[in-house]
Write a protein that binds this ligand. Sequence first.
Ligand code: NAG
Ligand code: NAG
Length: 287
Amino acid sequence: MLFSTTLNVAVCALVAAQGVMASKGNHWKSQDFNGHDNNSWKKEWGVSQWAYPQPHQKSGDNGNLNLVKNPTNSSGQVMQIAYPKGTWNPADSTEIGGVGFYASPLQVPSSASSVSLSYDAYFPNGFQFNKGGKLMGLYGGHSECSGGNNADSCWSTRFMWRQHGAGEVYAYIDKSSQKSNLCKEKGVVCNQQYGYSFGRGSFTWKTGQWNNVKQNIQLNSPGKSDGSLEIFFNGKQVFQISNLVFQSGDWSTIGIDFETFFGGSTSDWASPTNQYAYFNNFVMSYN
Ligand SMILES: *[C@@H]1O[C@H](CO)[C@@H](O)[C@H](O)[C@H]1NC(C)=O
Ligand SMILES: *[C@@H]1O[C@H](CO)[C@@H](O)[C@H](O)[C@H]1NC(C)=O
């Protein structure tokens, strides 16, 4: 016992100095990007598709994503993401703000019953949230389960910020499979054309400090409405909803839908100024 404790301390010290990207069975984490350049982290993340900005749309290694020193403490390198003034949904605006890619750091088996993602997000003091923006979450089935697309063979559960930093999970799940009274449940906002808002305002993204968020998804069993979603903010459960249907078959791909931008599909959602947000300490796991 004593020996293993000592060993753990030694391993942790090493880890803190170098940053960790490790997957162990059903658990993966990316804590600090120390020792990584702007591209080397992608392998350990299992980046499978780079959506935007494409090299011709924005110069720099990854356009709006750079690894920089942690802006608040000396813990290491973190992701910095740029939202240039006037940018909104990358499909609509002329200049691309934010970043979008898909990553599968873990091979989630079809027998998995739940999957979760957590991370830290930092919006500097004075960050202007405007009407809202997308933040990374999980997806299953196939990519691009978003943007008004049909969710009959995929699902996605991205976090969002809304006005004044109100938080939520913005979900694309098959509308025809959900229980009929879903839109009447507390904390649910429905939109005919787009996704479901779950837990809108159940937490608030604070500026000038790190926010830790986690989404835990209980996958439904085939043919049953027994899926659920839980949202945790700074370690505390702030929202829970049951009887959801995420998948209607055996959809093996489950990964990170890493998308963040202002919007919204109209220019009034645009970033009001040149600004940045920071992200670190990603953990994905399944059971
Ligand atoms: C990533 O690129 C930016 C912009 O060129 C640069 O400032 C930054 O130092 C780079 N980060 C690393 C870890 O090389
Ligand atoms: C230091 O930054 C990390 C994010 O990399 C954050 O999780 C942690 O809370 C910060 N510590 C303090 C004391 O602010």
